[in-house]
Design a protein around this ligand. Structure first.
Ligand code: 8YV
Length: 323
């Protein structure tokens, strides 16, 4: 049986597929496949291991023969799961293994933003490391600050642990439903969205992108936040409204923003956010460590192998296919 893989993956994952007797066809060009190319490459495949591709209705309707689609991500907002479910195609994802790496990225962005670190670095490159002034280049401290987690799941939990350990931060959170085990583990308090905005010194976004969370952080939300608040997003760029965020930062409605995700990605190099002192942007590297990417690829391979054996995927997004 054949597996089509949309990106170059760690050898360990490919070896796993080959050891299971599968023929692996890998896309090695350094560009995203077009929809037509993806459909064409999947025509003679039994399974698709997809990284960085949109799995939409048109693709699924043209690929109903696929026995499994394994995503190389925990997020599945780029996949039409409802259509896949109607077509009884199991969709796999990679939860758990990227929580530490992504929380590290959120922590890095929070700290870097609190000290305008990326901008300071750029000033040195520009030859602008000038005269020392005691009142210039000042950041804000995080000791004892209130961390507001929007979406307290596995990644949010790890971010909270880092913030408590490093700065004894007080943790509040807002979720669709309460996370009582995390409340016990962290001493975190559940608050309404409005209270999260009002009370937090740092807001860190760890929710998935849904119709409910899309554009949730808009000007109305930023205006309710503290003037010295830091906004961190390592989840999905569409959860904040970029124009509103830019304006809120320019007009000092909030202190700063640390973003690992933008909309669109890649961000245009002339985006005003990239030249603002109070903004730190990374190119969606949340899960990008050797260990995490190996683990993600391995889980995706395991999902493919199970799906092709007709077994339940170890990490299944759409259990509804089993009725
Ligand atoms: C990666 C991610 O950027 O897992 C996710 O949802 O956003 C990241 O781990 C990417 O999707 C890897 O293919």
């Amino acid at each position: 049986m054949k597996v089509f893989v949309t990106r170059i993956l760690p050898a360990a994952a490919l070896d796993l597929l080959k050891a299971a007797g599968l023929e692996v066809k890998q896309w090695t060009e350094k560009r995203k496949l077009t929809q037509e190319e993806l459909i064409a490459h999947c025509q003679d495949a039994d399974a698709l291991l997809s990284a960085g591709q949109q799995i939409n209705k048109e693709f699924l309707l043209a690929s109903t023969h696929l026995k499994v689609i394994a995503l190389h991500s925990v997020g599945f907002d780029n996949t039409d799961v409802d259509t896949a479910t109607e077509l009884k195609i199991p969709i796999g994802n990679t939860p758990g293994v990227l929580s530490d790496a992504t929380a590290d990225t959120a922590f890095l962005l929070m700290l870097a933003t609190s000290r305008n670190a990326f901008y300071m670095h750029q000033q040195i490159i520009n030859g602008e490391w000038g005269f020392f002034e005691p009142t210039a280049n000042l950041g804000i401290e995080l000791q004892g600050a209130t961390l507001g987690i929007f979406g307290l799941g596995k990644i949010g939990l790890e971010m909270a642990k880092r913030c408590i350990g490093a700065y004894q931060m007080k943790v509040i959170y807002h979720n669709r439903s309460r996370n009582e085990s995390a409340e016990q583990e962290l001493g975190a308090t559940y608050v309404s969205f409005e209270e999260l905005l009002k009370q937090s010194d740092v807001i860190s976004v760890h929710t998935s992108l849904t119709t409910e969370t899309e554009g949730k952080f808009n000007m109305e939300a930023f205006k309710q936040m503290k003037e010295r608040a830091i906004f961190v997003n390592t989840a999905r760029g569409s959860i904040h409204q970029e124009e509103d965020l830019t304006k809120a930062l320019q007009e000092k409605v909030i202190w700063g923003a640390g973003l690992d995700v933008t909309h669109p990605e890649p961000m245009a190099p002339d985006n005003p956010l990239l030249t603002m002192p109070n903004v730190c942007v990374l190119p969606h590297i949340g899960s990008a460590t050797v260990g995490t990417r190996n683990a993600m690829a391995r889980i995706a391979a395991e999902n493919i192998i199970a799906g092709l054996k007709g077994e339940r995927l170890p990490h299944l997004v759409n259990p509804e296919i089993y009725g």
